[in-house]
Structure formats: structure tokens, C-alpha cells
Design a protein around this ligand. Structure first.
Ligand SMILES: Cc1cc2nc3c(=O)[nH]c(=O)nc-3n(C[C@H](O)[C@H](O)[C@H](O)COP(=O)(O)O)c2cc1C
Length: 141
């Protein structure tokens, strides 16, 4: 059986909502990294955040940098962002530096910039749930 943890950092609640959907799909609970917690090691770490001013979330990067080596075998990343086409490299680097195998497909939930549109919407949440199922199947299969 593949043991899974879901962690996130969310300034405006978007990545948090996505993380709840990811965690529901994986059958676990989602952990906000800014709240007191203990993160036990696992096979797979699912990681969510937003982007700000072209940067990946500094707090999240720092958190990942301090994970104990060997605590996680694999990881996968979901981002809530305007576009974030280039984003992800720093997260990948930090994780790979820890010896963690990173799932190559980042799930990007795109904010609709110029519309009064709830985000993430049902379509976004379906997308991140399907991505989670694919990640889990690939890690357990
Ligand atoms: C001040 C600010 C700067 C942002 N900068 C970027 C950016 O550079 N690239 C991007 O793709 N999205 C950017 N966004 C969009 C956020 O990543 C997006 O709103 C995301 O859903 C926030 O997630 P959160 O609510 O989980 O923090 C920015 C949003 C704000 C408010």
C-alpha cells in the first residue's frame, strides 16, 4: 500500500481548496504547513501552493528544504496560478536534492484573471482529482 501525505500553503485559499480535493481523492487529510503539525514520512508527498510575483512559495520551499532526508520516496506538485508556465523548477530542485523522485506533470489550476469567476471552480477541482488518481496509479502501479 502507498502511504500518502498532502501538504499545502495557501495565501488566499485557492490551493487550500485544491488540497482538500486532492486529499479526499487520496483518502487522507490535507495539512496546512503554517499550522502546528508533525509530518510523518511516507511513500508519496502531494504538495500544493499558489504563486506570487513569478515566484514559487518561499515558505513552502523552505519547509521542503528542511524535510528529513529519506522521509519521502516520491512527490507531486499542484499549483494554483495565473499561468505559472515556468514555475516549478525550484520546487523540483529542492525535492530532487532530497533524493525524492518528482512526478513530471505539475497540475496547474489557472485563475481566470479578468473575470469574476470563483476559483477553483468545479472543472478545476475535477482536474486536480483526476491528476491525483493518475499520480497514485503511477506510484502504486
Ligand atoms: C500579488 C499577487 C501576485 C501574483 N503573482 C503571480 C505570478 O507571478 N504568477 C502566477 O501564475 N500567478 C500569480 N498570482 C496568482 C496566484 O498565484 C493565484 O491567485 C493563486 O490562486 C493563489 O493561491 P492561494 O490562494 O492558494 O495562495 C498572483 C496573485 C497575487 C495576489
Amino acid at each position: 500500500m502507498c502511504e500518502v501525505r498532502v501538504i499545502y500553503h495557501s495565501s488566499r485559499g485557492h490551493a487550500e481548496e485544491a488540497a482538500q480535493a486532492v486529499a479526499d481523492t487520496a483518502g487522507v487529510s490535507a495539512q496546512d504547513i503554517t499550522k502546528p503539525h508533525v509530518l510523518p514520512g511516507a511513500d508519496l508527498l502531494l504538495i500544493g501552493a499558489g504563486l506570487e510575483s513569478g515566484h514559487e512559495d518561499r515558505l513552502l520551499l523552505d519547509y521542503l528544504d528542511h524535510l528529513p532526508a529519506g522521509a519521502f520516496r516520491g512527490a507531486a506538485v499542484f499549483l494554483s496560478c495565473f499561468s505559472g508556465r515556468e514555475a516549478g523548477e525550484l520546487l523540483f530542485n529542492v525535492l530532487q536534492h532530497k533524493g525524492i523522485v518528482v512526478y513530471p506533470e505539475i497540475c496547474r489550476l489557472k485563475v481566470k484573471r479578468f473575470r469574476l469567476h470563483p476559483h477553483p471552480d468545479r472543472k478545476d477541482l475535477d482536474k486536480v482529482c483526476q491528476w491525483t488518481s493518475r499520480v497514485l496509479a503511477d506510484y502504486t502501479g
